[in-house]
Design a protein around this ligand. Sequence first.
Ligand code: PEP
Length: 253
Amino acid sequence: MRKHIVAGNWKMNKTFSEADELLNDIMEGLEKVELNRDTLIVVCPPMPYLEMATDYANDSYFTVGAQDVSANNNGAFTGEVSAEMLQSIELDYCIVGHSERRAYHHETNSIVAAKINQLLAHNIRPIMCCGELLDEREAGKQFEVVQRQIEEGLFHLDVEAIKNVVIAYEPVWAIGTGRTATPEQAQEMHHHIRTLLTAKYGASVADEISLLYGGSCKPSNAKELFAQPDVDGGLIGGASLVADDFIKIAQSF
Ligand code: PEP
């Protein structure tokens, strides 16, 4: 049975002391609530706070992920952080291919594929983001765009490797805009992704892969989204910066 996952992407937010406070609030908040036993919570703070987050995670019910990783091995790549470094602080997850990185850092599907290879080689599970732009949806190309991202980003992996990947469908027009995909739009795309996975890897493997929805997901809409048969959780941006909201979303299964 695939996992329910709620992952918080803090993006480039919070000072050290604010991050400390938010981690503490998440830890304390999680102690007070009863979560569905299958729900995994992943907190993805900025790089400088990863180690502090793993310290909190050791005493709490969440695990920690990074927001990005280098496509390269260790060496002369100023400013970058390698998968080996993330592994050395015992991270479990890492987001890759977020639309902000694709847009502002020109990340192509092949760069995303290389990052995924680095992560898997270091036993870190990638959360690979995919999703169409507004004009692509308006042109009816959303399925084609997402299919290319999935095929070029992931389909070089063998059956054992793909089982360690989480996919987040994040329509770009819904990210940070307050405009959420309808539960039907989310389900339709998640079903499309599951169908692609089934055709490539077989139904039992496709059935094990968690597919998350991301894009203005909040406590008021999480339940309806997570009730869809192929929506296994969410990748949460803005709402993950408020402990109460993040925890309410985690309780929405
Ligand atoms: C994200 O950036 O991954 C995201 C889903 O953002 P938001 O929830 O703020 O739309």
